[in-house]
Design a protein around this ligand. Structure first.
Ligand code: GTR
Length: 398
């Protein structure tokens, strides 16, 4: 990268929340992604994989997202939900499934849908973690269409469009969450500890189980699957990509606080940890609340989550008017995660002109960053960027 122009923050400049080229300075000491907890300098890919990545993963699990009691359950089963159907004007095969398993406290199941384009060879896929009303956004009948999950466009680009509803895996409800879905099957009521997993981790676990299902479908190339999510779903997509290295790509849309947004920058209009842990305590482990109001003192930060995607692909996106998510903070995580890709002889983010102007994308390395003009949302333009990026990086990964 040529240079990032750091500006010093003065109140009048705060209004210039998204000026091309400019990013606010780092505040405090940004944890060095290539320095291990014991001070060892991480200089090789082998050291990253053996020392640094595992210690970072543990750190994020114990302090932010919580520890999962289960990964792939031994009795995981896939039961077709109705007959397969040819849809999308004859261009795709629709499959629906019930994914089920049994935990120590009882059974659990949720459903997923895939539209797989007709092709001569197995196709890559995008799994959307839908955090919005499923009837309006992931209609398996395609009577209701939404840019949030543009099946027809995804299929036209030669990818399978797959989705599930996060509320099917665990209810997004601060009061009821821990007694629903996968929590009810795995966690004894009242036994939640300060490091127990939260909903983001449970939803990410759900994305991995959907990938387990895709691995059983011959028409899908399960080595080229992207996990996609928006906002709380974007935080989840990043976590899913980090905790499951089978995902070739994570598309992290407008993820903000506890997603891709760096904490060691001052973006006064963006969501602080104190607020997110108060309003959404069920998303995280309970210990995460201890990070409130300490953003710039923390000894870990979200660029290290992005870094754990290396050497795979990660696409981070912001919307120019989405100051709550902190676009420049999302960009800065991409910047400071990049050294890890270099250990693999790859480029992370390539952003010659610094923070891009609205409507621009930086997609030359293995980290893609784009800033869409507009509000907090996942729209067709975001999907097009993700698919452009996948076209190149999936081909490179073959
Ligand atoms: C907001 C929350 C954000 C983001 C968003 C969403 O209320 O503060 O962190 O997750 O919800 O998921 O739409």
């Amino acid at each position: 990268m040529k240079k990032l122009i750091a500006i010093s923050i003065v109140p009048s400049m705060l209004a210039l929340a998204a000026v091309a080229g400019e990013v606010p300075p780092i505040c405090g000491v940004l944890p060095d992604v290539l320095k291990a907890a014991d001070g060892t300098r991480i200089a090789t890919r082998e050291q990253w994989e053996r020392i640094r990545r595992p210690e970072l993963l543990k750190l994020f699990q114990t302090r932010e997202y919580g520890i999962r009691p289960v990964e792939r359950p031994a009795d995981l089963a896939f039961t077709p939900l109705g007959e397969d159907r040819i849809m999308v004007d004859g261009r795709a095969l629709r499959k629906r499934v019930t994914i089920s398993c049994t935990g120590p406290e009882g059974p659990f199941s949720f459903s997923a849908t895939a539209f797989i384009p007709k092709a001569s060879a197995p196709v890559g896929a995008f799994i959307l973690i839908c955090n919005r009303n499923p009837d309006e956004n992931i209609d398996p009948e395609r009577k209701v269409k939404s840019e949030f999950w543009p099946v027809e466009e995804i299929v036209a680009r030669g990818y399978a469009a797959v989705s599930f509803w996060n509320g099917d895996v665990a209810r997004d409800d601060r009061v009821g969450c821990m007694t629903t879905g996968v929590f009810r099957a795995w966690c004894r009521a009242g036994a939640r500890t300060s490091q127990s997993w939260g909903a983001l981790s449970a939803w990410a676990w759900g994305a991995s189980r959907v990938l387990d299902w895709l691995e059983t479908i011959p028409q899908v190339d399960a080595r080229h699957v992207a996990v996609v999510g928006h906002s709380r779903g974007g935080k989840t997509a990043l976590l899913a990509g980090v905790t499951d290295q089978r995902f070739a790509m994570a598309c992290v849309n407008d993820s903000g606080c506890s997603g891709a947004k760096l904490n060691h920058v001052i973006l006064p209009k963006s969501e602080p940890i104190s607020r997110i842990t108060k309003v959404f305590p069920h998303w995280f482990c309970l210990d995460y609340a201890a990070c409130s109001d300490r953003e710039t003192e923390l000894d870990f930060d979200q660029h290290e989550m992005v870094a754990m995607m290396a050497p795979r692909a990660v696409a981070i996106a912001s919307a120019s008017k989405d100051l709550w998510a902190g676009p420049q903070g999302e960009f800065l995580s991409a910047v400071h995660a990049s050294p890890v890709w270099e250990l693999y002889g790859l480029k992370g983010l390539v952003a010659e002109d610094g923070f891009p102007a609205a409507g621009q994308a930086c997609q030359k390395g293995r980290i893609s960053y784009h800033l869409r003009e507009g509000k907090h949302n996942l729209v067709l333009e975001d999907w097009q960027r993700y698919m452009d990026f996948a076209d190149r990086v999936f081909a490179e990964m073959r």
